[in-house]
Design a protein around this ligand. Structure first.
Ligand code: SF4
Ligand code: SF4
Ligand code: SF4
Length: 510
C-alpha cells in the first residue's frame, strides 16, 4: 500500500511488498486487470500502449491473476534483502517505518500471521487395526449429526411407557459439526451474508450474523441463523431475537480480545445503517466491554433476560476470546445459565484490528479448549453447555482433533471466505476487497453472486464432512458423538511433557 507521511512532505521509505509481472507478448490489452484491481495498482500506460503497475499498491489479492484471460500476470513477493538479524526482522523494520510515517496504530485484517505453534499439526489421530476393525463410510452409515444446547444432569425414563420424563432445554440440530463464524453485515457485504445463510441452509448447519444485525431479506434463513448480541447492540430488536435459532452474547473475539470494534463511516451505507439502526455514514463503534456486564451475576441477568425475551425457545450462547483464565471464565458462564460457550483463539480472524492486539493478545484455541473441557468435566458441569471453538480451522483434520479434544462443534470463518476467492491478503480493513467480500462498495459487492458463493461454501462443508467420516471410519468409530472428548484417539508429536499435559494427550509411542 502507498503510505504517505501525514504532513505530505517526506518521501515514503516503505518498499513495495509485491512485484507485478506482466508478460507483454501474452497481453491482449483487454483491460480486465485494470477493471478488476480495486487497489489502483494496474493502469493502462497510454504512452507505451501497454499495461503498467504501481507495485507499491499491490496487496497480492490475485484477482487480476485469476481473471487475466491469457495468464499474462504473476505476482511475486519482493525479494528485498535486509542484512540478516534475528531480532530486527524485516517485518519489524517495516512496521516501525510505517508508524513513523503515519503516526497511527497499525491496523490489519484477517488472522495473525505470526509463527504461533499450531498444535493441530502436532497431534496424530489413531486408526483401527486388528481387534477393532475400521469402518467403510461408503458402505455403512456414519453419524455427524450434533445437538447443541444444555443437556440434563440425568435422564428419567418412565419404566411403563419407556417415554422420557426429563424435560430437555432447547436443542439445535446440525448435520455436521461445522458452523460459519460471526461475520457482520458491514464488515462483509450483504451478498456474502446471504451466501453464508444459503450455504448453512444447504448444509444443514448455522451461520452467525456477527454484531451488525440482520437484513430483513435474510430473515427467511432464521432457522439457520445465530443472532449475535454484542456490546454496541447494533440491530438488536425483538424480531431479530425471535427469528434466530440461537442467540449469542459476544463478550470477546480471538483476533482482538479485550477491545471493541470499529466499522468506519465509509462502510456504513444506507442499508448497513438501517440494519444496524444507526445513522448512515457514522462510525459504528462497539465498546470494549458490554456496559451492563461487570460480573458473572450481570452476565447471568443478560442470559436470563434473553431467555425470557425469546420465551425459553432458544439456546443462549456466550462467546469469549481464548485467554489465560478461559477455564475459570467458562465455568462462570456455565453457572450463569448459558447453554453454549463459544471460544475463539489467537489465530481467529477479523475485518480490522490493531496489529499489536491481533498478534500478541490471547492464547491458542487448542490450549483453551483442552483446559476448558477438563475444568468443566472436573466440576461435573460439562453437560450443561455445548462447546464451540474457533480460531483458524484450516482442514477437516483440525476439526476432528478439536472434537477429540472436547469440542461439540467448530466455527470456520477464513476457510469459508477462501472458498469464495479470498487469498488472505489481509487488506480487509481497507474496505476495498477486490473479491467483493469485506466491502460495502456497490460495484465491488456485485463480484459475489450469493447463489454461486453459497454453492462453493456448501461444497467445502460437504468435502470436509466426507473427510471427517473417512477419519472416523479409520478409527473404527461410526458416530462423531463417540469421538467427542475422547483424547485417547490423539497422540502428541514434538510436544513437551508440559504441553502434552495441558492438552491432556499422551505422546506418540506411549
Ligand atoms: S487482463 Fe491480462 S490480457 Fe488483459 S490487459 Fe491485463 S494483462 Fe493484458
Ligand atoms: S488485483 Fe490484486 S494482485 Fe492484482 S495488482 Fe491489484 S492488488 Fe495486486
Ligand atoms: S476478504 Fe478480501 S481483503 Fe480480506 S483477506 Fe480476503 S481477499 Fe483480502
Amino acid at each position: 500500500m502507498i503510505v504517505t507521511s501525514h504532513n505530505g512532505h517526506t518521501k515514503s521509505y516503505l518498499k513495495p511488498r509485491f512485484r507485478v509481472d506482466i508478460v507483454d507478448e501474452r497481453c491482449i490489452r483487454c483491460g480486465c486487470c485494470v477493471e478488476q484491481c480495486s487497489f489502483d495498482s494496474m493502469y493502462f500506460d497510454t504512452q507505451y500502449q501497454r499495461i503498467g503497475s504501481t507495485d507499491e499498491n499491490c496487496v497480492a489479492c490475485h484477482r487480476c491473476v485469476v481473471f487475466c484471460p491469457t495468464q499474462a500476470i504473476t505476482i511475486h513477493q519482493m525479494s528485498i534483502e535486509y542484512k540478516h538479524n534475528d531480532h530486527w526482522r524485516p517485518d519489524v523494520i517495516e512496521d516501525i517505518t510505517r508508524q513513523s510515517e503515519t503516526g497511527g496504530v497499525l491496523i490489519t485484517g484477517m488472522g495473525s500471521d505470526k509463527p504461533w505453534t499450531c498444535y493441530w499439526d502436532k497431534l496424530c489421530l489413531n486408526a483401527s487395526q486388528v481387534t477393532n476393525p475400521s469402518i467403510d463410510p461408503l458402505r455403512e452409515p456414519m453419524e455427524l449429526r450434533t445437538f447443541l444446547g444444555r443437556k440434563p444432569d440425568r435422564l428419567e425414563i418412565d419404566p411403563r411407557t419407556m417415554e422420557m420424563k426429563t424435560t430437555m432445554g432447547p436443542q439445535v440440530r446440525i448435520e455436521t459439526p461445522i458452523m460459519f463464524s460471526a461475520m457482520s453485515y458491514g464488515a462483509v457485504s450483504l451478498n456474502v451474508h446471504e451466501a453464508l445463510a444459503r450455504a448453512a441452509s444447504l448444509a444443514g448447519t448455522l451461520y452467525n450474523t456477527g454484531e451488525g444485525g440482520l437484513h430483513p431479506k435474510l430473515f427467511k434463513y432464521g432457522p439457520h441463523t445465530i443472532v449475535q448480541v454484542a456490546s454496541g447492540r447494533f440491530g438488536v430488536h425483538p424480531a431479530y431475537l425471535d427469528v434466530g435459532r440461537i442467540v449469542e452474547i459476544k463478550i470477546g473475539q480471538g483476533a482482538k480480545p479485550g477491545i471493541g470494534g470499529h466499522l468506519p463511516g465509509e462502510k456504513v451505507s444506507a442499508t448497513v445503517a438501517t440494519t444496524r439502526m444507526i445513522p448512515q455514514g457514522t462510525d459504528a463503534l462497539s465498546p470494549a466491554p458490554q456496559h451492563d456486564i461487570y460480573s458473572i451475576e450481570d452476565l447471568s441477568q443478560l442470559i436470563h433476560a434473553l431467555k425470557e425475551a425469546t420465551n425459553y425457545t432458544k439456546p443462549i450462547s456466550v462467546k469469549i476470546a481464548a485467554v489465560h483464565n478461559s477455564a475459570a471464565i467458562a465455568s462462570g458462564i456455565a453457572r450463569a445459565g448459558a447453554d453454549m460457550i463459544a471460544i475463539d483463539g489467537i489465530r481467529g480472524s477479523t475485518g480490522a484490528a490493531p496489529k499489536s492486539i491481533r498478534d500478541n493478545v490471547g492464547i491458542p484455541i487448542e490450549m483453551a479448549l483442552a483446559s476448558v473441557d477438563a475444568r468443566l468435566r472436573a466440576e461435573g458441569i460439562r453437560n450443561q453447555v455445548s462447546l464451540v471453538v474457533a480460531g483458524g480451522f484450516r482442514t477437516s483434520a483440525d476439526v476432528v482433533k478439536a472434537i477429540a479434544l472436547g469440542a461439540d462443534a467448530v466455527y470456520i470463518g477464513t476457510a469459508a471466505l477462501i472458498s469464495i476467492g479470498c487469498t488472505v491478503c489481509q487488506a480487509c480493513y481497507t474496505g476495498r476487497c477486490a473479491w467483493g467480500i469485506t466491502t460495502t462498495d456497490d460495484k465491488l459487492t456485485k463480484r459475489q453472486n450469493p447463489e454461486i458463493a453459497a454453492e462453493r461454501m456448501a461444497n467445502l462443508l460437504h468435502s470436509w464432512s466426507h473427510e471427517i467420516k473417512e477419519m472416523l471410519g479409520a478409527m473404527g468409530i461410526n458416530s462423531i458423538e463417540s469421538l467427542r472428548g475422547n483424547r485417547l484417539h490423539l497422540r502428541g508429536v514434538g510436544l513437551t511433557r508440559a504441553e502434552a499435559d495441558i492438552l491432556g494427550v499422551r505422546l506418540a509411542g506411549e
